[in-house]
Each structure stands twice: as structure tokens, then as C-alpha cells.
Design a protein around this ligand. Sequence first.
Ligand code: PXG
Length: 289
Amino acid sequence: MKVYINGKFYEKSEAKISVFDHGLLYGDGVFEGIRVYNRLVFKLKEHIERLFESAKSIMLKISLTKEQLLEVVIQTLKENKLDDAYIRLIVTRGEGDLGLDPRKCFGRSSIIIIADKIALYPKELYKEGLKIITVPTVRNVPEALNPQIKSLNYLNNILAKIEALNAGFDEAIMLDHLGYVAECTGDNIFIVKKNHLYTPPQCMGTLRGITRDAVLEISRKNKIFAHEHVLTRHEVYISDECFLTGTAAEIIPVVCVDGRVIGAGKPGKMTLSIMKKFKELTRREGVKY
Ligand code: PXG
């Protein structure tokens, strides 16, 4: 495996950055997770756009342009000769002296690109569906650390993941500070009720996921009514179907939430149809290399 770091490729064992990098010291940086399907990079421009938005919000200057970054992502894939892959694109504040002050960094962001594989949940769960729970840790409030910023500080989500795992579940629903459903630890959530789709709006402590947007795009094209709407746990419990979306997770059905069986307790018709259409979309669209 070849890892891109600041303009050069390194073998995995040699791919290292300084312990004085503020990405490590303070989680000061941003990232994206991107998928490649049969040499098509899915929604690459959208991921790069979101990376630049995250960086702008935390006043982090990325030392490459969007076009240059797109090129080095493609270069990394070619270097690794991968047809299907998961790309982790990371930009940190860079190396600096100790202390939170970003001015202590030497002025050059670190850009890292890893091309690898990822499997978020065991394969059989895509057929059987996930059983999930709501956890005590609430999603970061937008006024503190806005969930739209895909920052290197993922402790909020990691704590929720730990709570789910400790209870014997693979995934957690995180609520926002008002008690409404926000999202899961690395996925957005959708429910189906009477053939309509519902997902929380992005203002509710919810990342505007690129897979989420793709599902909304699929629903528009297929004349499925989709609503960005505030959701309570109750509405999830009484839904006909439920599924999660994310670059790492793709689309995975949910069959039980907090002990309440969803619908018939197996992946629903609408979910299976959207999973199929999403698969077709990923095989058809993307930046080719
Ligand atoms: N919510 C959160 C908190 C996320 O981190 C999503 C929703 C889905 O967004 P996208 O744009 O991917 O549809 C994410 C994305 C990982 C991993 O390593 C996590 C994500 C993406 C890629 C890898 O667990 N989260």
C-alpha cells in the first residue's frame, strides 16, 4: 500500500507524520471518507467541496486547490492499482509547537490520502438488518462544534459507539440536545412511513451526508415523497421501515430500535428498492480514472 503525504508516496510502514502535528495533538483538522466502485470515484467533487467547507469553517487553509486535490486522489488510486476502494482524505493544521494556538503551526497543512478497504458492519447484516439503540451521549450542539464540520475530533461519535457496543449493539442513534433524532455514529438515518421517506433536517445536529443526498436524489427521480423533517424516537419506533446511509456503511436496513421491532422485523420493500437503485447509481456515476 502507498500512502500520500504532502506530495510524496510512502509505503504503509513508512507513512508517518510528526507527533507535533496538531491533527494528533488537538484533533485540529478535517477529513472525508470516499468510495470507489469499479474505477468510478463516487461523488468525488461533492466530497472535496465538503472538505473545503469544513476547512473554511475552522479557518484551515488547504495548500492545494480543489482541482489539485482531485488529481492527487486519482493519482493515489492509480499508485495503489485499486478498482474498488475506500479513500480517507485528511487535512490537518500541520506540525507546530505545543499549544492550541493555530499560529503555533508552521503554516503548512498536512495532506494525507489513504486508499484502502472498509467494512463498517458484518456482511450478513445487510440482508438481516441491524438492531440498534438510542444512547445517552447526545450529538454535539451546532453552537459548540457544528456536526457539519467533519473534523478529526470524533470523540462525540466514538463515545456513542462505545455505549452501543457495551450494550451489545453494533450501532447507536444519537439524539440532539433537544431530544430529537440526529443521526447514528457514522451514518444518517431514514424512516419510511406509508411509503413516504423521512430524514432529520441538517440543522438538527445532523451531518449533511453525501449518501443521504444521493438517497434524496433517488427518491426525486423515482417520485417517492421524501421529507427532511424533525423526528422523535416515537416516530422511529412506529415506522414501517428504517435504514442508515453513509459512505462507509452504504445503505443498511434497521429492523429493531430500542427493542421495538420495525415493520415486519426484516428489511422493507422500499429499503430494498432504494438499496438496489443506490447500487446502480454507484456503478454508473462518478469520476472515472
Ligand atoms: N453522519 C456522520 C456523523 C458521519 O461521520 C455520515 C453521517 C454519512 O455521511 P456520508 O457523506 O458518508 O454519506 C458520516 C460519514 C468511518 C467512516 O470510518 C465514517 C463516515 C464516513 C466514512 C467513514 O467510520 N461517516
